[in-house]
Design a protein around this ligand. Structure first.
Ligand SMILES: C[S@@+](CC[C@H](N)C(=O)[O-])C[C@H]1O[C@@H](n2cnc3c(N)ncnc32)[C@H](O)[C@@H]1O
Length: 283
């Protein structure tokens, strides 16, 4: 079987933007590892990878619970839809990128597919340490995987934080085989105009306030709300996906367009599609 990622003793590979300084020391009972989290509280809208990673380290504690509270439990339905659209099958290899605590990865893995969670926040990956799926520390813009090594790649609520969306989509296309699938679940633009006004103008503004009661890093929710407000709408994201080289792009709105699921296919290389034609004279 082909090795698709660099394995290290720790089970993670080194990445750019890594925000946790890891010290390994020898204890009386053998090797022990201690991790020191840095204290970056929020990232800026330039989405500096180091700041983003450090910010997620800061929200990792209790992330899953905060997420459920902030989305009024809708996150479960959105994940369920992502799973259905991804349609992973036994024997397939699936990359769940920006997987955080691997809450979505375990859901995809229930299909029998081999699913790996990748994220550049070690804090988030450690927060999901109890989830029985392989985890890799990796930056979406420099994936430590070979070309064409996955049948599908998916990102839920992560792509909005990448410093270069199009470059990350090209990198995802590199690691997916021709004919392989992309599924993106991300916040988007509500379709009903009056609700869109209220949502953009008021609801996003109260998120950081609610976060004060439930998050380990409420400041981070200021960035998250701002990044939601400035994120491209459904069509604009579809166009970025197309520019990055993906085909057959389609999207569906969930919860009135507050969230959208985009799917796409990696094109077969030109000239390699099977054609059935008349035999050449003399054949
Ligand atoms: C809002 S969380 C979503 C986590 C998970 N996918 C979910 O649905 O709950 C966003 C995640 O994206 C990760 N992330 C952001 N930029 C990244 C990058 N360039 N490479 C890898 N992970 C990234 C963060 O560390 C964080 O864990």
């Amino acid at each position: 079987m082909t090795t698709v990622f660099e394995a290290r003793n720790s089970g993670v590979s080194a990445v750019q933007g890594m925000s946790i300084r890891a010290r390994v020391r020898m204890g009386s009972g053998g090797w022990g590892a201690s991790l020191r989290l840095s204290s970056m509280s929020r990232a800026g809208l330039d989405k500096n990878p180091r700041e983003v990673a450090e910010m997620f380290d800061g929200v990792a504690k209790g992330y899953d619970r905060t997420n459920s509270v902030m989305t009024l439990g809708f996150d479960r339905r959105w994940r369920e839809w992502s799973r259905r659209v991804l349609d992973a099958r036994a024997g397939e290899r699936v990359l769940d990128l920006a997987a955080g605590t691997a809450v979505s990865t375990v859901e995809y893995a229930a299909s029998g597919a081999w699913c790996v969670a990748a994220d550049f926040s070690l804090g988030m990956l450690l927060g999901g340490a109890h989830r029985p799926v392989p985890k890799v520390a990796a930056d979406a813009l420099h994936l430590p995987f070979a070309d064409n090594s996955f049948d599908a790649v998916t990102v839920s609520f992560g792509i909005r934080n990448f410093s270069d969306t199009e470059a990350a989509l090209r990198e995802m296309a590199r690691v997916v085989r021709p004919g392989g699938r992309l599924v993106i679940c991300e916040v988007s633009t509500p379709t009903f105009r009056p609700f869109r006004f209220v949502y953009m103008r008021y609801l996003l503004k109260i998120l950081p306030f609610i976060a004060r009661f439930v998050s380990s890093n409420p400041d981070a929710y200021k960035y998250l709300a701002e990044s939601m407000r400035t994120w491209p709408d459904q069509r604009a994201l579809g166009e970025i996906i197309a520019r990055a080289g993906w085909d057959d792009i389609a999207w569906m709105n969930l919860t009135g367009g507050m969230v959208a699921l985009h799917r796409a296919i990696k094109p077969e290389p030109a000239g390699e599609t099977a054609t059935v034609g008349e035999p050449e004279p003399g054949e």
